[in-house]
Design a protein around this ligand. Structure first.
Ligand code: CTP
Ligand code: CA
Length: 230
């Protein structure tokens, strides 16, 4: 079967992709967030649509234009992202968590803007962990034979190499595929290209040499499409 750009192997499939980075508000004007641009998630949505899929894109704080022919749902916080993903996953053949959810949120959000204290002191910020959406989607499988895909940006450390950490994360999350990004050489945020390894639960590791985020997306859909016919 033809794969990659130009294939129409996702016709009749519904896929849900998350993109961007969530924000957790301290008050009406301030938030904790991250530098995810949404480029990889948007490229995934565009390439799936090009291969014939019906695509829902859940976008967290992304400023890119809506991809043509894709249903876009906008969210801001990790809780909103979770709600939107769980709702959309009910109809989905594949779910891809390309978004970067904030891992923590303030335990409370002030309704009024936090003012500076006259004595020069700074307020303490108390955080709690956000729910793990990918783990929940993987555990619940909202639809039979659904393929669940996660992303991981790793640097490797004293506990393991990038791939070892990726394997451990794949097992911990319970997803079918994990797209691992080696970010030790510097940030990839906002970059036009990317180099990844796609780990699968059957022990395979598919290397995608530095390529455009569109080409990386097609390599990911190749792996998802293979699982559809397995
Ligand atoms: N993810 C998620 N919900 C969260 C955090 C992460 O669904 N609250 C998803 C991301 O979208 C990504 C995958 O989990 O697909 C891995 O994200 P990552 O930040 O690498 O994993 P964490 O479990 O947050 O671990 P770490 O401590 O390394 O940040
Ligand atoms: Ca994280």
């Amino acid at each position: 079967m033809t794969r990659g750009a130009g294939a129409l192997d996702l016709v009749g499939r519904h896929v849900v992709v998350s993109a961007g980075g969530t924000r957790e508000y301290l008050d009406p004007v301030r938030f904790l967030g991250n530098r995810s641009s949404g480029l990889q998630g948007y490229a995934l949505a565009r390439s799936a649509a090009a291969r014939g899929a019906h695509v829902t894109l859940v976008a967290a704080n992304v400023t890119l234009p809506d991809p043509a022919g894709v249903t876009v749902v906008r969210v801001e916080t990790t809780s909103e992202l979770r709600e939107a993903m769980l709702a959309a996953a009910g109809e989905a053949d594949a779910v891809v968590m390309a978004a970067a959810p904030a891992d923590f949120r303030p335990t409370s959000t002030s309704e009024a803007k936090i003012k500076k204290a006259a004595d020069g002191s700074a307020p303490a910020v108390h955080l709690e962990q956000n729910p793990d959406i990918l783990a929940e989607l993987s555990r619940e499988r909202r639809r039979a034979k659904q393929v669940v895909v996660g992303f991981a940006a790793e640097t490797g450390d004293e506990t393991g190499s990038v791939l070892e950490l990726g394997r451990a994360k794949l097992a911990r999350k319970g997803c079918d595929l994990l797209v691992v990004n080696d970010v030790s050489g510097g940030a990839v945020f906002g970059a036009a290209d990317n180099a990844v390894v796609i780990l699968s639960t059957d022990g395979e590791a598919t290397e995608v040499a530095r390529a455009s985020k569109s080409d990386v997306s097609h390599a990911i859909w190749d792996q998802v499409a293979r699982r559809f016919v397995m």
